[in-house]
Design a protein around this ligand. Structure first.
Ligand code: NAP
Length: 322
């Protein structure tokens, strides 16, 4: 079993839950983390032994990926369970992301996970069994303001894994996306504000200032309110590994289950309208942009544009629903 980003948070909890059962499962564990985070394994009591291998792996480093897989292949034949957990989260509105930041986000959360998946598949196909899991996110099924690029990376992962789910089923390879919602951990505090987002957060006159300020407080409140720990998510991952036929998607936390339910069963226009109205202090958003918008751009009223115009029309009112 190979876990990426395993030195902290969800990854470390998965490793901790799996460790006592390795012998019973007749499994070995390969724990990886960025070279700079490797020392944390020793702090958590993980060392190399006959069933555990601790190795540096920056997932964006394709040469390091290849070298690690070659070593695993030589020692244990190959990877039979892959857990793509490593992830980063940029916080920014769409307008404040540079191409370099967009690529960095996609590289860690999507492209690297796909490269590792592709590299592990030949061994799984040859033995006609395997498990491929990814720690995705509620952000992979719904998008929230200031999290566009993060959601894009998780949506990409979800799309590719959904296709993979069908493609590799004939070889008895199971693909699962575990979707956590808000986790009460330092993971969410490690979000990376893009350079422009940071400036806008600090500048009360920036058109997007209110978006950042209110979303930041809102997310912190939700994290505390739901109170789900990385261990909750790790338990779902282990459950997915243990199930004979794991589903394609599993909620990682109970709020993820609630969001998924709302997304599936509410009419789309109602879902978007409710979400928009539920945004923190949304009536104040854009208030400062009125001063800076070009004169010929039509302005909304003080409450912003009507929700139906900003999101999508109701069924039968012009815009086709998805
Ligand atoms: N925290 C949440 O609220 C939340 C919600 C939904 C989904 N998720 C997802 O859950 C997964 C685990 O997150 P977490 O909450 O446990 O966050 P975390 O504590 O920040 O852990 C993320 C892990 O990914 C590693 N990582 C980042 N960039 C990497 C790279 N280039 N190469 C290798 N490892 C890298 C980090 O290593 P370093 O320690 O070296 O930075 C860390 O070990 C992520 O995929 C995240 O998107 C988290």
């Amino acid at each position: 079993m190979l876990i990426t980003g395993a030195s902290v948070g969800v990854g470390l909890q998965i490793a901790t839950l799996l460790r006592p059962t390795l012998l019973a499962r007749d499994r070995c564990l390969v724990l990886t983390a960025r070279p700079s985070s490797l020392a944390r394994f020793a702090d958590a009591g993980f060392f190399d032994d006959d069933r555990v291998m601790v190795r540096p792996l920056d997932v964006t480093d394709r040469i390091a990926q290849e070298a690690l897989l070659a070593e695993i292949s030589q020692r244990w034949g190959g990877v039979d369970v892959l857990i793509n957990n490593a992830g980063v989260s940029y916080r920014s509105v769409v307008e404040h992301v540079t191409e370099a930041e967009r690529l960095e986000q996609m590289d860690v959360n999507f492209r690297s996970a796909m490269a590792l998946t592709v590299a592990c598949l030949p061994h799984m196909r040859a033995r006609r069994s395997g498990r491929i899991l990814a720690v995705s996110s509620v952000g992979g099924m719904m998008a929230m303001p200031t999290m566009a690029v993060y959601s894009a990376s998780k949506f990409a992962l979800e799309g590719a894994y959904e296709a993979l789910y069908y493609e590799v089923r004939p070889w008895n390879i199971h693909v699962t996306l575990v979707q956590p919602g808000f986790i009460n951990s330092d993971g969410f505090e490690k979000v990376r504000f893009t350079a422009q987002a940071r400036t806008a957060l600090d500048d009360g006159n920036d058109p997007y200032h209110a978006h950042y300020r209110h979303m930041q407080d809102f997310v912190a409140r939700l994290m505390r309110w739901f109170g789900q720990s990385p261990r909750h998510v790790a338990k779902q991952v282990v459950r997915a590994i243990d199930r004979r036929r794991p589903p394609l998607r599993m909620a990682g936390t109970c709020d993820a289950w609630a969001f998924s339910f709302a997304r599936r069963f509410l009419p789309r226009w109602l879902y978007h309208a409710a979400l928009y109205r539920g945004l923190p202090h949304v009536r104040q958003w854009g208030a400062s942009s009125a001063l800076q918008a070009p004169a010929n751009v039509p302005q909304g009223d003080a409450n912003g544009p009507a929700v139906d115009e900003t999101v999508e029309a109701r069924p039968g009112v012009g815009v086709p629903t998805r």
